[in-house]
Write a protein that binds this ligand. Structure first.
Ligand code: NAD
Length: 437
């Protein structure tokens, strides 16, 4: 099938590449010329494990091409995917200007039936809005499909190639068939393609992300309780996770959720509720708790160093990306922690396996950047762990003690065993567990 994908970010590039991998001919469009030129030369604009192999293979075999020219991409395409940003607007609601703008441009260019698919996360009613914008600009027949994306950055290729489910929201029979054919190779193990109306499909994505954000936030609150009552959140987590109704996954407490999706999607669903005169109380609490949780490590540090005690201190920080295996730093808790520390008069040297170039663009020389995890520790009064990259899991603790000015670790991801940290002689303060002093 001939396909156009508009927008080549984390979702668009993965979608385009993975659709090419099953034999489709895909043209990806982006407005950033430099990015398109890079991709044409086989350079990946993002870090996503495993994507490079598929990306290069499909470019080489001429199933994956890139352009800045929308007309060139959509002319042959049967299906047009919109993988455009939907950032929060000033009021917290999703900004649909990218999606609706593209719909208008596409409408003006099409000369035959096309299936227009919104892959972006969009509020309920967007398919209707896209349809209206298109109808106002063309008489050519088309169908609009809501097909939300559930991939996780870091394991995006696996998630796309073997999704837990595919959600297809359309009431257009022809589009339903096309989408079913397109996705059939990805659900051969028997995972479902769920067909529904556009509105249910649009809400499914927000419901999924908001539920996950709520699950994490609930565990963060349990962790905070654990600290107050002397329980160990690792034990509690295992105890509750063993219940099949709850499940083991997504129960790890930490320094709050971040990334380009959870914060904006929770906010957008809460806003959509408000617009429908519904007070979505849980979501409002989730957002409030997460704001506090992002600064949890700094609160712990203030308690340890005393009032004004952060001033003049130097800290090493491991982990800038909002989660491991990505270079994405959008809404990363590390950025909030760095802000707080700098405002308190401390200095920071960070290390992240993939996130540093993006942070450099944002913060420049406001912080230092280390060439490896150990160099970051030089002259540091303490180490802060913010992202659970595998490389941080089994470091040489004795070497760390040599490098650090004092053997102090604030761990926002509970990477280490408490007894081991005691044996190694660290002060070790983590989330929802006893502090090793
Ligand atoms: P992104 O910011 O990484 O990428 C968007 C891309 O679109 C950029 O390359 C940008 O240059 C390009 N673009 C902007 N305007 C354009 C235009 N008019 N024509 C062509 N290209 C244009 O965004 P993303 O993370 O890929 O997210 C895209 C959508 O998918 C959002 O709605 C997001 O909520 C949703 N989503 C994201 C993820 C994720 O993990 N990142 C997962 C599921 C859903």
């Amino acid at each position: 099938m001939k396909i156009a994908v508009i927008g080549t970010g984390y979702v668009g590039l993965v979608t385009g590449t993975c659709l090419a991998e099953t034999g489709n001919e895909v043209t990806c469009v982006d407005i950033v010329e430099e990015k398109v030129n890079k991709m044409r030369n086989g350079e990946m604009p993002i870090y996503e494990p495993g994507l490079d192999i598929l990306f290069l293979r499909n470019i080489k075999q001429e199933r994956l091409t890139f352009t800045t020219d929308l007309a060139e991409a959509i002319a042959p395409a049967k299906v047009i995917f919109l993988a455009l940003p939907t950032p929060p607007g000033a009021d917290g609601a999703a900004d649909l200007s990218y999606v609706l703008g593209a719909a208008k441009d596409i409408a003006k260019l099409i000369t035959e039936y096309k299936v227009i698919v919104t892959k972006s996360t969009v509020p309920v009613g967007t398919a209707d809005k896209v349809t209206a914008v298109m109808k106002a600009n063309t008489d050519v027949p088309f169908a609009v499909v809501s097909n939300p994306e559930f991939l996780r950055e870091g394991v995006a290729v696996e998630d796309f190639m073997k999704p837990d489910r595919v959600v297809i929201g359309t009431r257009d029979e022809k589009a339903r068939q096309v989408m079913g054919d397109l996705y059939a190779p990805y659900v051969r193990q028997g995972n479902p393609i769920l067909y529904m109306d556009e509105r249910s499909s649009e809400l499914t994505k927000y419901a999924a992300n908001s539920f996950l954000a709520t699950k994490i936030t609930f565990m963060n609150e349990i962790a905070n309780m654990c600290e107050l009552v002397g329980a160990d959140v690792d034990m509690v987590r295992k105890g509750v996770g063993a219940d099949a109704r709850i499940g083991k996954r997504f129960l790890f407490p930490g320094v709050g959720y971040g990334g380009s999706c959870f914060p904006k999607d929770v906010q957008a669903l809460s806003k959509a509720a408000e617009e429908n005169k519904y007070d979505f109380k849980i979501l409002n609490s989730v957002m409030e708790v997460n704001e506090t949780q992002k600064k949890r490590l700094v609160v712990k540090m203030r308690e340890y160093y005393g009032e004004g005690g952060l001033k003049g201190k130097h800290f090493a920080l491991w982990g800038l990306a909002f989660k491991p295996e990505t270079d994405d730093i959008r809404e990363a808790p590390a950025l909030y922690i760095i802000d707080e520390l700098l405002a308190a008069g401390a200095t920071v040297t960070a290390y992240d396996p993939e996130g540093m170039p993006n942070v450099k663009k944002l913060l420049g020389d406001k912080i230092g950047y280390a060439t490896n995890r150990y160099n970051a520790l030089e002259e540091a009064d303490a180490l802060l762990i913010v992202t659970e990259w595998p490389v941080f899991r089994t470091p040489d603790f004795d070497f760390m003690k040599e490098k650090l000015k004092s053997p102090v670790i604030f761990d926002g991801r509970n990477l280490y065993d408490l007894d081991r940290m005691k044996d190694h002689g660290f002060y070790y303060n983590s989330i929802g567990r006893k502090t090793v002093a």
